[in-house]
Design a protein around this ligand. Structure first.
Ligand SMILES: [Zn+2]
Length: 217
């Protein structure tokens, strides 16, 4: 099916790629609808992109467990690591797998449940105005080249359709509580891929020392 490009409220020359959105769903992502979402507060604009990392079981990639968790179908007896998370009611808008495949669980028009208690630039509850992007991976470990490419690809499309102006990590909006995506995610590498986009990968400088610590990694 051919898609019609949504009229942009915030046209930006560097973001005008052929994004195909239908009611907040990206047509080129694999849709796995999650019940774990709600409406955004009246007047909330999608201004922030929040990157996370997740793998289930931790450090094991490619299985169905992340999809099952976000759709409330994870078997708590399936693995010792599942027992403590299976009852959580959580979601993210997107998941980028190790091979770059993009899955979408919640319409960007809706509020996904990914950030929890959070604060950024003095504003709390950033689930209200953010889009959550999970990277299949493990805190402190490297991510794949395909994931950097896809993250930039996805951010360009988000930027073209929504007034997103910043991309941060979960660790930055919930410091002390969350540590993902962690020092294995190289913010400067994402920044290079974003090129002239108006998005600001704000934590690049903050994570520079952590990246230096990983220099021998
Ligand atoms: Zn997270």
């Amino acid at each position: 099916m051919k898609c019609r490009q949504r009229r942009r409220r915030h046209p930006r020359r560097d973001c005008l790629e052929a994004a195909c959105w239908r009611q907040g769903w990206l047509s080129t992502a694999r849709a796995v609808p999650s019940p774990n979402h709600g409406p955004r507060p009246a007047g909330a604009e999608v201004r922030l992109a929040v990157l996370h990392s997740i793998s289930l079981p931790p450090g094991r990639y490619g299985g169905p467990a992340i999809e099952q968790l976000f759709t409330n179908r994870l078997d708590p007896a399936g693995h010792p690591a599942f027992a403590e998370v299976a009852a959580l009611r959580v979601s993210a808008h997107f998941l980028i797998r190790r091979d770059g495949q993009v899955l979408q669980f919640v319409s960007v028009a809706d509020r996904a449940w990914h950030a929890g208690a959070s604060r950024w630039r003095g504003v709390a509850n950033r689930n209200d105005d953010s889009v959550g992007i999970e990277l299949e991976g493990l805190e402190g470990r490297r991510f794949t080249a395909a994931q950097y490419r896809r993250a930039a690809w996805l951010l360009r499309r988000l930027c073209g359709a929504w007034p997103v102006t910043e991309v941060v990590g979960h660790e930055h909006i919930a410091p002390g509580r969350k540590r993902d995506p962690g020092p294995g995610w190289r913010w400067p590498r994402l920044a290079r891929r974003l090129g002239g986009m108006p998005l600001q990968p704000t934590p690049a400088r903050a994570t520079a020392s952590a990246l230096r610590a990983l220099a021998g990694d």
